[in-house]
Design a protein around this ligand. Sequence first.
Ligand SMILES: C[S@@+](CC[C@H](N)C(=O)[O-])C[C@H]1O[C@@H](n2cnc3c(N)ncnc32)[C@H](O)[C@@H]1O
Length: 232
Amino acid sequence: MNTFLSNLKIRIESVILALLKRGPVKTIELIMMALKDEREDRKKGLLAHDFIDPRKELPHHPSSIHANYYQPIRTDSFLKILAIIPDPNSFRFVDIGAGTGKALILAADFGFKEISGVEFVPKLCEIARQNIERFSSKYPDIKFEIIEEDFRNITYSDKPTVFLLNDPFDNEMMMEFVSIFKKFERNHSWLIYKNVNLRSMPALRSLDTSHFYKTYDFDGNLFEVWSPRSSR
Ligand SMILES: C[S@@+](CC[C@H](N)C(=O)[O-])C[C@H]1O[C@@H](n2cnc3c(N)ncnc32)[C@H](O)[C@@H]1O
């Protein structure tokens, strides 16, 4: 299937899912938001709007069956959620399932000095590197990194970290992420989960006892946030 048709298929599927979960009014509002983002990103020269399905790109990869397709974070709501992090300068920012790197570039405006994206689809990593190349001169003090790998196969730094997960995978894979994240508890790390499809994600519930849990709904963009108890 060519890129145009595959993009169209993913968009139609995501609209159907939104209609089922949120109803027609909210779905139309979300479509309008997505179209506005797409226009603005294209104007800025940010390549972020080819929807790519990891299952098609990596049919034999053991993680692709658990993966959600790529779609970019929505700018306005993401900027609002980043604004809740106190002193971003003292954290690394890591996007698990970074796609085209859009969230990495937006995070750069918030004072993070080390910004990494982990993404296992080579085509998306290639676009992310192009985006970073294009925007990095605006951020000379920031170290950007794209790690082309399954998030399960890398070694994480033990520096305090803000992890972003924009609906990258199912609950089974989330259990594996949670066990990695739990190793960071002593380091006061944050987890921001954007629950695009209003999924029930039982794996994340095990963090409720160790962290503060709060939800934020910005015009239908639902974020679930686990922050270290010591940050209050
Ligand atoms: C909804 S997109 C989010 C993109 C980006 N974080 C953003 O917010 O703009 C989810 C991404 O997670 C990636 N992904 C899924 N499973 C993964 C895994 N096991 N390791 C690394 N990346 C993964 C997918 O390929 C996809 O690009």
